[in-house]
Structure formats: structure tokens, C-alpha cells
Ligand binder design. Sequence first.
Ligand code: FAD
Ligand code: SIN
Length: 528
Amino acid sequence: MMHDVVIVGSGAAGLTTALALAGKLRVLVLAKGSLTGGSTAWAQGGIAAVLDAGDTFEDHIRDTMVAGAGLNRTETVEYVIERAPHAIDRLIGLGVPFNTEGPSLHLTREGGHSHRRIVHVDDATGWAVQSALLKAAEAHPDITLLPGRACIDLITGRHELRYSGSGRVWGVYALDEATGRVEAHTARATVLATGGAGRCYLFSTAPRGATGDGIAMAWRAGARVSNMEMMQFHPTCLYNLDVKNFLVTEAVRGEGGRLTIPPGHPGAGTRFMPGFDERAELAPRDIVARAIDHEIKRLGLDYVHLDISHQPADFVKGHFPTICDKLKSLGIDMTRQAIPVVPAQHYTCGGILIDLAGRTDLPGLYAVGECTESGLHGANRLASNSLLECFVFGEAAAADILDRWDAFDAPPPVRPWDESRVTNSDEEVIIKQNWTEIRRFMWNYVGIVRTTKRLERAQHRIQMLTGEVEDYYGHFRVSTDLIELRNLLQSADLIVRSALKRRESRGLHYTLDFPHMLPVARDTVLVP
Ligand code: FAD
Ligand code: SIN
């Protein structure tokens, strides 16, 4: 099927791009699973923007660069932050019911921010944003939404029936998850908006589909990726043996929550963050996550406590209704009790290298949102800057596609997917086994504190698994699980290779072998 533009991903980045193109071009949006299966729907804290009279762009820019440990690209940071108020206006126009305080928007606070500047919808901002974007996209006649399509690979010059020798991208091959058939969706322009690769790790706040598919597809097609070692760990994921990935928003600390040592251990009940950083619980995430990891290892804890019970019960329930309800269902009353928390993987700061218009290295291929490395986050993303990046780059990519439209050729005839691999695997257990193995060694060897030896161990395992997974992929009918496993392994490889290249500690990359930061910040760029 031929379209003007194909967008892979229906989260904040994909739908923003689609809505900005609609009215001028016909757009197809593909998503694996449901249309609300990405991280966007799970976002809690909110969206950062300078909206208060006492706040300035300069302060938001400085906070972003301080959190990012100087690895950010200044022009990107300025570009995004100066467009944030406009992005919030557009969301209000789409009907997102942000919390208000009198005539103004209510602004909450999160780690690393020197001002209150986070707009939010209670503690479930992502769901409100995802719903509003989806409603607008569903209503637009130029947008076709196709859920249940797991994209496998980009269609490039080498898939043309008559190979032209170009590195041009012409769309995607996508598995129809209901029929098991693979479709070729061609287009003049292709946009990857596939989210992060958090599921490389055993403990992650990200949804199941965060397997780095877009990053792996772009890499295989020949695009550079950057700063993949910068994996962000959120300090406060609920510690619960049944519910492994429930986030407790940073806004809990923003509204006064304290991190303490749990009962039964030396120093029980005391706050430990002031001993690590003068900003205490509101230091940037890399610092807080590392401090928690340190205390857990030092005292042999399973978790630390996050305590906001000193605030009035109505205040806590009013600010965090979703979290209160969820915790109550698990037997924790956060208005009276501390919450057990641990750090967990949360965000992929690195990704497909893009410019300010969302362009990748490959002609015809754009990328937006968490699957990219735009220069905004540097070595550590500032809280609530991620959704913002999706809105700003979604619009930027759409504007660039429209500007260049006349220069984009129509796609040539391309080869259909090779359906010769018709055998269903009789050993699905291999997929499950490999998924678990990758996630476990990434957690143990490529986590919050790294060493060269641990990274080399991880690399060795990746090399062993790569042959097995490629052999499996080459012989059996593709399934979503297999597509994801292949991409998870590819993403793990990119993370480890990048981590081995960085011979310093900066932001989220902390290694005992190179504990100091080098004087000059350099991106880790991998070239296929
Ligand atoms: P996603 O929303 O993850 O969407 C990815 C899309 O790509 C999905 O539709 C998925 O189905 C599709 N996809 C992926 N692979 C394929 C494939 N192979 N084929 C077809 N489709 C595919 N950020 C903030 O700024 N503020 C917050 O408060 C905040 N809270 C967060 C809370 C949680 C629990 C988590 C996990 C993240 C949070 N973040 C927050 C980060 C933020 O939510 C994400 O970075 C952002 O939503 C990413 O949007 P996206 O559109 O790039 O990707
Ligand atoms: C949170 O609410 O703590 C997550 C915010 C973010 O990831 O930016």
C-alpha cells in the first residue's frame, strides 16, 4: 500500500507529527499492539514549560544542561525550551484538562528544576495527553490509524525491484499481528516514533513494547545512533514482588516527599539525600538513583522509603489520586505510611541521531521522540522534558516534510516480503529464555554502576546470543515476540558498545574504572 507519509508509533511523538501533517498530506500511523501501548499513556508527572512570571527560558535551559552534565547541544536545548509554551497551548486547544490554580495553570516541581514549571493532569498526565491526541487523530480524515502492526524493517534502496543504488528509505515492512502476514507500506517520507529501549533491563518503568525497535531498524538500515550508554534510571519505582514496574512520580518528592532508611537498619527513619547533594531529594535523577543504589548496597536493603505522610492527607490525595488508589489496592496508605521504592530503568536518552528538523542520516527517514538523540537531554534527561521533546520535534519534522515535499519522489515498486519462512517455531521457549537472559545481564552488568569487566561480560553474552537469534530469525515465521527479541538484542549491543567507548563517568554513565569526568564533553556516535 502506498501513502504520502508513514509514521511508526502512535504515542506523543507519532501523533503530534501526524496531526501537523494532516490537512496537507495523507498519513498512515502504524502501531504494534494497541494505539495506547507506548510510554506516553503511562506518563505521570507532566510537561515542563516556562509559564510562571518569575521563571525564564534561561533558567530552564540552564537546568536542562546541568542535569545533562554538559553533553546537551545548546542549539537543541534552546530550540525546544523556547517552543514549550506554544506546545502547551496546542495541547490545551486539543482539550487536555491541565490542573489549574485560580486563573493560571498549576505548576508542580520535580528534581533538577530550579522553579515550579511542570504542567500536569493530576498524576496521570500521559493518559490525558494520549487520549486528546488520539481523539483528534481519529477524527481527521487524512489520518489512517492501523494498530496491530509490528514493523520489522525499513524498506530501503536494496528492496527496490530495480535497485537504484540509493540509500533512500521508502517505508516499512510490517507484520499484521492478527493474520500473521507481512505487508509492505511504502511512502515518500517515513517517520520513526517508536519510543525507547527500556525493556532491555529486568526492572523498568516502561511498557512491554519498549524494545528499541525503531533504533534497531534505523541502525540496520545504515543510520548513526548516539549516546546509547545514557540509560536513565528513575529513583522511585515501587518495590513490590508482584507489581514490578509501577512508577511513583518524582512530583511526590517535588511536593515534599523524603527518602529515608527503612526500619530495622542502622539510621532507620533518617533522610540520606542531604549527605549526597545539597539539592537533596530534588537533585537530578542520576544523582538520586545512584545515592539510593549506594544505600541499598551499603546496608543490604531491598528498598528505601519514600515518605510524604507528613503532608496533610487531603493534600496527598488531591495531588496523587492515581498513585494513592494503586498503592491502596496493594495495602499501602501513602497518606500515613512510607512507600518502599527502588531505582528502575526509565528512559532512553540516546537513540537515532537527528538534526533540528528530525532528519536522520538516511534520505526520506525522519525520527522523533524517545527513539532519537536530538541533543536535548545530553547525559541525563531533566524530568518532564521528554513529552515536550515529542511535541516540539513532531511539529519540526512535519514542517520539514512539508517544506521539502516537492523534492520527495514517489516510491518505486519494491519487493514483497519473503514469505518462504513459513515454519512456525516449535521452540517458543527459546524466545522467552533469551528475553529473560538479556534483561538480567543488562541489569546486573550494564546498570547504574558499571565497570569495564562487567561491560565486557555483557558484550560476550550478546555475541553468543546474536548468532542464535539471527539463526532463529532466519528460519522461522516472524512473530512480534521474535521481532522484539531481535531488536532488544540489537539495542543491548548498541548500549554496551557505547558504554565501552566512553572512558569517563558523566551523567548516567558511571564506571568505577573511569570515575572522573573528562574536561570536554563528546557524544558517543556509532556508525553502522
Ligand atoms: P511512546 O509513547 O513510547 O510510543 C511508541 C509507539 O511506537 C507506540 O505506539 C508503539 O506501539 C510503537 N512501536 C514501537 N515499536 C514498534 C514497531 N516495531 N512497530 C510498530 N509500532 C511500534 N516524560 C515526561 O516528559 N513527563 C512525565 O511525566 C513522564 N512520565 C513517565 C512515566 C513513565 C511510567 C514512563 C515509562 C515514562 C515517562 N516519561 C515522562 C517519558 C515519556 O512518557 C516518554 O519518553 C514519551 O511518552 C515517549 O513518547 P514517544 O511517542 O516517543 O513513544
Ligand atoms: C515522573 O513523573 O517522575 C516521571 C517524569 C519524567 O519521566 O519526566
